[in-house]
Ligand binder design. Structure first.
Ligand code: ARG
Length: 462
């Protein structure tokens, strides 16, 4: 039990908090990550107070310099954080008082910890949204390089994880690039919406001091001040949007990771993961495990957990600030850290993997993957209605299955036993290379089309 009341707000308290009260109340264990943002917000606030004649220029200067000293103390690790001082805001202000004395007490004029934490956290989440976009672009570049090399490598395309139609490796990878582009877009959208300044909302109602909210908004890189002081201190929807974007991105990463797990099995053998991105087994010497891919696949658990946790914290809270909202930070920090790690690991793994075109091609040729090409040919060459062509092709597949061969290995006589009008020209559409080359529709898997996608993305990511 601390016996001294809090120096920041303890005026009306005779004694300090119970030790457990201190433990449940303190956020300094994690909100110290907001130190740089807290100091930036305070420096902007102090400059504005002086510009408005609310505090003197010399006090503002002492405050602004003292805050820079504190920032370097924190960066070099010499700053002593105190749980009794609850959070980053009061830790910084208490140290400022030690450093510059009385003027420190003027920093909190026309401000509350409620708008202070709102501005700090917005700045932090804004930075995390920018970092996520950068990391996504890095991953897209790594995928693009593999797609370029694999633009014409034939592999099976799947539906229901059953061989469906041949596609190219480059085409498959460019699907990942598109998924990631939307993820980056979600972070960009969230960033644009969150980029308004809550500073100057004070505790909840605004302030009687003649502050200039445009000036602090501009100094901190916000597009404008938030329009309503109650809203400014009481919402964390910007954090929820960040977590939603992170969750969807993690969903995408988990799907990519799962494909790498499948592709790197002995049964598929489509890609070889490098030694740097696999591990061995302590008992089975032959093993080469895709641990990084598995862990990326798992990260969605923590990230969506954070999203659910903060959504639940915010549900039903009356306006304006409630202490519940202190529980916002750990969720966002956790999700941002895990997403950054997953993106970095995926980038490294993709850059390092070696595609195995022979295995991909052999697999694409199995499983009657050109049956649709055969049906399309029957429509084009024999003018059959597609439904009938589908039916005829079904018979041909059954015949090949009975003979234990693939479609191109049926003889013309076999084909004609199912439909008399079939000619030898049919064999020109049955090879997997012919199949992919024919899919020239926009966004299709023909190597020429895939190279167009790659060229477009190379320009966008340059
Ligand atoms: N540590 C607090 C938080 O993160 C700062 C705001 C405290 N405001 C208050 N009125 N107690 O939410």
């Amino acid at each position: 039990m601390s016996t001294k009341s809090n120096t920041m707000w303890g005026g009306r308290f005779a004694s300090g908090p119970d030790a457990i009260m201190e433990a449940i109340n303190a956020s300094i264990g994690y909100d110290r990550r907001l130190a740089a943002e807290d100091i930036a917000g305070s420096r902007a606030h102090a400059a504005m107070l002086a510009a408005q004649g609310i505090i003197t220029d010399s006090d503002a200067q002492a405050i602004r310099e003292g805050l820079l000293t504190i920032l370097s103390e924190i960066e070099e690790g010499s700053f002593v954080f105190s749980t009794a001082l609850e959070d980053i805001h009061m830790n910084v202000e208490a140290r400022l008082t030690e450093l510059i004395g009385a003027p420190a007490g003027r920093l909190h004029t026309a401000r509350s910890r409620n708008d202070q934490v709102a501005v700090d956290f917005r700045l932090w989440v804004r930075g995390a949204a920018d970092a996520a976009q950068d990391a996504i672009r890095g991953l897209q570049r790594a995928i693009l390089a593999q797609a370029e090399a694999g633009a014409a490598m034939v592999m099976p395309g799947f539906t229901h994880l059953q061989v469906a139609q041949p596609v190219t490796f480059g085409h498959h990878l460019m699907a990942w690039v598109e998924m990631l582009a939307r993820d980056a877009g979600r972070f960009a959208d969230a960033r644009a919406r969150m980029n308004e300044s809550p500073l100057g909302a004070a505790a909840l109602a605004g302030t009687s001091f003649p502050i200039d909210r445009e000036a602090t908004a501009q100094a901190l890189g916000f597009a404008r001040p938030m329009a309503n002081s109650l809203d400014a201190v009481s919402d964390r929807d910007f954090a929820l949007e960040f977590l939603s974007a992170a969750t969807i991105c993690a969903v995408h990463l988990s799907r990519m990771a799962e494909e790498l797990v499948i592709w790197s099995t002995a049964q598929f053998g489509f890609v070889k993961l490098s030694d740097r991105w696999s591990t061995g087994s302590s008992i089975m010497p032959q093993k080469r495990n895709p641990d990084a891919a598995e862990l990326i696949r798992a990260k969605i658990g923590r990230i969506t957990g954070a999203q659910v946790a903060l959504t639940t914290v915010m549900k039903g809270l009356p306006l304006a600030y409630s202490k519940d909202m202190q529980e916002d930070k750990e969720q966002v920090f956790e999700a941002a850290d895990q997403l950054a790690l997953a993106l970095a690991a995926m980038t490294g793994m993709v850059a390092d993997l070696t595609p195995q075109p022979d295995a991909m091609r052999a697999s694409a040729a199995r499983g009657f993957s050109t049956a649709t090409d055969l049906a399309d040919w029957l429509v084009r060459a024999l003018n059959l209605p597609f439904r009938e062509a589908h039916h005829v092709t079904g018979h041909l597949v059954a015949l090949a299955e009975a003979k234990g061969c693939d479609l191109p290995e049926l003889s013309l006589a076999d084909m004609q036993s199912v439909h008399g009008a079939i000619t030898g020209e049919v064999f020109s559409v049955l090879g997997v290379e012919n199949s992919v080359a024919s899919r020239m529709s926009q966004g299709g898997t023909a190597p020429a089309r895939v190279r167009e996608q790659i060229a477009r993305w190379k320009a966008l990511l340059a």
